[in-house]
Design a binder for this molecule. Sequence first.
Ligand code: NI
Length: 136
Amino acid sequence: MQTAYFGRRYLLSASHRLHSDALSDESNRATYGKCNNPHGHGHNYVVEVLVGGPVDSDTGMVINLATLDELVQTSVLKRFDHTNLNYDPLFVNQVPTTENLCRAVFKVLKSTLPSGRLEYVRIEETENNFFQCYGD
Ligand code: NI
């Protein structure tokens, strides 16, 4: 059956500081520049989720929008929105770059999606930067 895709965007505001314990303070400054500033900085991330799958013959949908919203709300936004990402247990041993945030969101959503297949999670960090994660 032909696959259809449903995409939806969510806003997520959070702060972070890019700092790796594996690097010296000097290397951290060289690697992350002003993003290594001890006070951190914030982003208004746009999280885009794309779900693909067959169209249900009864509902005419790949996935119900309300179901996806609920899922993203519960597992992603409640956890990360208006937080400092560095304090999330996930980022205790992992630098909270948007690459890693993208991987985390993908993993959380993939494991809880009731129907369809999570094709990708894309996170726009700024007007010019975006990151995208696909399944393995
Ligand atoms: Ni940043």
